[in-house]
Each structure stands twice: as C-alpha cells, then as structure tokens.
Write a protein that binds this ligand. Structure first.
Ligand SMILES: Nc1ncnc2c1ncn2[C@@H]1O[C@H](COP(=O)(O)OP(=O)(O)OP(=O)(O)O)[C@@H](O)[C@H]1O
Length: 295
C-alpha cells in the first residue's frame, strides 16, 4: 500500500449517479452512487461480476451507449487549472479532448484492441497527432520513445507490431498511450486480468511507480480484492449497483465494516501469509517493484 503522495483535494466528484439499462428487462446498474476521487490517489473499485463497476467507470467518462442511460446525477472534474468541468454536459469535440487530455482509460482486454496493422510507434503517434496537432514530428518521436521507456518497453521495439509482443508488453503499450497526454486521472478496468500472475505484478508495480512520479489519480477496477488491498490508497466496495463501503485499504483489511466486504475478503483464503504478506506470489508488491519493468 504505497503512497508517497498525500491525496487531499478532490479531483472528481460523483453525486447521486443513477444508470439504467433499458433492455428487455430494466436493469438499474448504478444506484445513487456518490464518490469523490482525490488528486493523486489510487482508488480501488471492488465487487463481484455484474455489480456495476464497469457501468460506473464508463458512465463517469460518458462512454455509455444505449440501452444504457444516465438517469440522474452529476459528475464534476476539478481541473488542475482551477476550473470545474461538468462531464455529463460535454459532447462532441469537447468530450473527445476531455477523454484523452484529462482522463484516460485502459479497458478490460485493451491489449487486444491495439490496431494489428499499425506499429506501436504509429499507434502512439496517432494519439499525439490527433490531440497535439502543434507538435512537430521530431518532438513526437522523442515523446514516443520516452513514453515506451517509461512503461518498461525498450525504445528499439517501437517499430514492432502488436502480434510481435507478449500480452504484458501490449498492456504496457496501452498504458503508455494512456499516459501520452499527461492525464490527471486514469481509469483502469481489469487492466491485468488476462495476464499471468508474475507479469500482472510487474505491471501493478509499474502503475504505482508512474503514479508516484506523475501524481495522476487512478480508479482501478477489479473483482480481485487482495490485489486492490496491495495497490490502493482507498477502496470502494460495490454491491448490486451501490457503494456499500468506502475506506482506506488498511481499514478494509483490518476492520471491514460491511458484511459483504468481509465476505469478499473471506472468499480469498490465501490472503495472508505467515509473514502477513499477501501471498499470491509469496511477496508483497512493494518488495517486487525492483523487478518491475523486467519483461
Ligand atoms: N448492454 C447491457 N444491457 C443490459 N444490461 C446490461 C448491459 N450491460 C451490463 N448490463 C447489466 O448491468 C449490470 C452491471 O454490469 P457491469 O458490466 O457494469 O458489471 P461489472 O461489475 O463491471 O461486471 P464485470 O466485472 O463482469 O465486468 C449487470 O447486471 C449487467 O447484467
């Protein structure tokens, strides 16, 4: 549970958000959710499959499509410039630029959504040419090399195509793209689920290190509560569309208040080891950061 940053002020405020799917049967997927994301924090969003985590994440970034509809609520981004942005009122170009500039997303299975016919270089270059039209070619080249190195991919691989890379490397490239415009918030929806445990931990270490270096906030979504206990500053637990508990990772681990949180904790029997470490790989993530970046 590393955090050199003391997150104090609000970056994103969600107020009484309600999202409904108007499908064959009406599904009230997000119920009256209110939540504040603090600048620079890693906020874990936990809960079993179907509880509404992705719907909430997509909703706060205005990425939901019919039959989903935001029925009510407000989402406000408190920009570092001092101005507040009413996200649900954004549309068109303003919404597109908000999404990459202020908030970026790494989706579930995103590593498979890289364009197979473009090199890594060209995919990252695409983000920069679209959103930073004033940037010169040489500046973009420099930025792309820097970005891939930041996420632990050697710059001499940037001309490679997605199929030439391992899943872990592809996911690192997705994170590099998400970092491209220096966002203040990164939403990560199960970013490591498809990866094996060792690679998963390296990438988690990388995310923490980057957060410490750049100070962006992260909403990290997964059903894997032990993973969240290790990397999050605070954890929100979702059950049937509602946030039923919000506390620091330490509080959740030591003294979860809600019976559902306790049930979730119990459903991971290998949570604690003899040394009190989380023993998914036998050591705590903080002690594994030295190996982060090794592929
Ligand atoms: N397109 C859709 N049409 C109807 N209902 C949907 C649709 N997408 C999601 N839902 C329902 O909304 C609820 C929340 O789903 P959501 O995908 O947000 O949950 P989740 O917690 O992210 O699950 P997972 O971890 O499996 O991704 C579920 O009951 C789901 O069945």
């Amino acid at each position: 549970m590393s955090s050199q940053i003391e997150p104090t002020d609000a970056l994103l405020t969600i107020e009484n958000l309600n999202v409904v799917y108007h499908a064959a049967t009406r599904v009230h997927a997000v119920k009256n959710v209110s939540l504040t994301i603090r600048r620079g924090e890693i906020l874990g969003l936990a809960g079993e499959s179907g509880c509404g985590k992705s719907t909430l994440a997509y909703g706060i970034n205005q990425l939901l499509k019919p039959p989903a509809a935001i029925e009510s609520g407000a989402v406000t981004f408190h920009d570092s410039s001092g101005s507040d942005i009413d996200i649900l009122a954004l549309s068109g170009e303003k919404l597109r630029s908000y999404r990459w500039d202020k908030t970026s997303m790494v989706f579930q299975g995103a590593m498979n959504s890289l364009n197979p016919v473009l090199s890594l270089y060209d995919q990252i270059d695409d983000v920069l040419t679209t959103h930073r039209p004033g940037m010169k070619r040489a500046e973009r080249r420099e930025r792309i090399r820097h970005l891939v190195e930041l996420v632990g991919v050697s710059a001499d691989r940037i001309k490679a195509y997605p199929h030439e890379l391992s899943g872990g490397m592809r996911q690192r490239v997705m994170i590099a793209m998400a970092l491209a415009l220096n966002p203040q918030l990164m939403i990560m929806d199960e970013p490591t689920t498809a990866l094996d445990v060792v690679v998963q931990r390296e990438i988690l270490g990388e995310i923490q290190r980057l957060r410490d270096e750049f100070g962006f906030a992260v909403i990290f979504i997964t059903h894997d509560l032990p993973m969240l206990l290790e990397i999050s500053d605070r954890i929100a637990v979702m059950l049937a569309g509602e946030i039923v508990e919000l506390a620091t990772a330490e509080e959740i681990y030591a003294d979860a208040a809600h019976p559902y949180t306790r049930k979730l904790l119990k459903s991971f029997p290998s949570l604690t080891g003899a040394r009190g470490d989380f023993i998914r790989t036998g050591e705590s993530i903080n002690s594994s950061t030295t190996t982060a970046g090794v592929l």
